[in-house]
Design a protein around this ligand. Structure first.
Ligand SMILES: Nc1nc2c(ncn2[C@@H]2O[C@H](COP(=O)(O)OP(=O)(O)OP(=O)(O)O)[C@@H](O)[C@H]2O)c(=O)[nH]1
Ligand SMILES: [Mg+2]
Ligand SMILES: [Zn+2]
Length: 319
């Protein structure tokens, strides 16, 4: 039964969906409000998206003629964590430098697929750098295990097992590995992120046992997804916890990472860094580099080092 609405009433809530400039908010009282912001909306977060899925907000109810509960967001509270990416300034003229994909998450679930699209360890490395820098818990999900020789996939994932990452192998198609996934998601607020077409929405549908989210095909020629999910959405998991589905990304532009601090976020580098001749060694051109030696002696995975160099090169010199 719907309670009587009182315009002007103030309540707290959590943003569960963002569509354009409309925000769905689940209030602390368990009601859904359709909200918008206004010029007086205050935020405790600087230089980033005003509102994102997962945000804690304060609402003020407004009066409208419709059945739906409607409200304006008066305050966006400080985020305790966030999955963010740097905006591509060439493509985006917006003032906000950092795009918040999901806010206040307990863990980041990086989803890759074993095949179609092919497993991208480069992307995993980018997420791991971000997660290290933000001290975010991560889980790596390798989906579509029904499509690829599992031995080859596990070989590719070996360095991540060695790093101590939590890795799950799933097939949303064949409903395998889902029990383990349910277990790591229980009681937490998790965000799924990864390339388009890896099966993020399909995994969530499988968790619920029903088609809650639209899923898409991958392009036959490129094997890439067609960006089926267009905005982030949060769902309450059947038992406990919340999950956020996010749109597939093309690139993961790291925010907050500089050429200077990058090396601290490849955690297997840390114990070899004291062996570099220069304390500020970037492990790129310097002689007597402890990291390069560790790569040569097999103590650091060469692919991980290649990722480091690729990310290093992709970061603007002046950022
Ligand atoms: N063979 C196989 N296909 C899968 C599996 N999981 C998902 N798919 C298929 O992969 C395609 C893309 O799945 P989606 O769930 O839409 O992928 P997504 O990651 O949500 O993609 P975006 O929303 O574009 O980011 C669909 O055709 C799914 O049926 C799997 O485990 N095995
Ligand atoms: Mg999707
Ligand atoms: Zn070095």
């Amino acid at each position: 039964m719907k309670r009587k609405r009182e315009p002007g009433e103030v309540t707290g809530g959590m943003v569960i969906e963002v569509t354009g400039s409309t925000y769905m908010v689940l209030s602390d009282g368990g009601e859904e409000f359709r909200c918008r912001t206004f010029p007086g909306t205050k935020t405790e977060n600087d230089f980033s998206s005003l509102v994102a899925v997962g945000d804690r907000v304060v609402l003020k109810e407004t009066e409208t003629g419709t059945d739906l509960f409607e409200a304006v967001i008066t305050l966006v509270e400080r985020r305790r964590s966030a999955l963010t990416r740097k905006r591509d300034v060439r493509r985006n003229r917006s003032k906000e430098k950092v795009q918040v994909i999901a806010a206040n998450i307990d863990q980041l679930v990086v989803v890759v697929s074993a095949f179609d699209p092919p497993l991208s360890t480069r992307l995993i490395d980018r997420y791991l750098v971000f997660a290290e820098s933000e001290q975010l818990e991560t889980v790596i999900v390798v989906n579509k295990m029904d499509l690829e020789e599992s031995q080859e996939t596990r070989e590719l994932m070996k360095p991540y097992h060695a790093l101590g990452c939590r890795i799950l192998y799933t097939s949303a198609e064949e409903n395998s590995g889902m029990k383990a996934l349910r277990k790591v998601l229980a009681g937490k607020l998790s965000a799924l992120s990864g390339h388009s077409g890896v099966g993020k929405s399909t995994l969530i549908n499988q968790l619920f046992g029903e088609e809650l989210l639209r899923t898409g095909e991958t392009n036959e020629k490129t094997g890439k997804g067609l960006h089926t999910t267009s905005s982030a959405i949060m769902l309450a998991l059947p038992r406990s916890g919340y999950i956020i589905d996010t749109p597939g990304i093309r690139e993961f532009n790291l925010s907050g990472i500089t050429r200077e601090n990058l090396r601290f976020y490849f955690k297997e580098f840390l114990s070899f860094m004291p062996k570099c001749a220069y304390s500020s060694c970037t492990h790129t051109v310097e002689p007597e580099c402890g990291i390069k030696k560790a790569v040569e002696s097999g103590h650091i995975d060469p692919e991980r080092f290649e990722s480091y160099l690729a990310i290093y090169e992709s970061i603007d010199r002046d950022s």
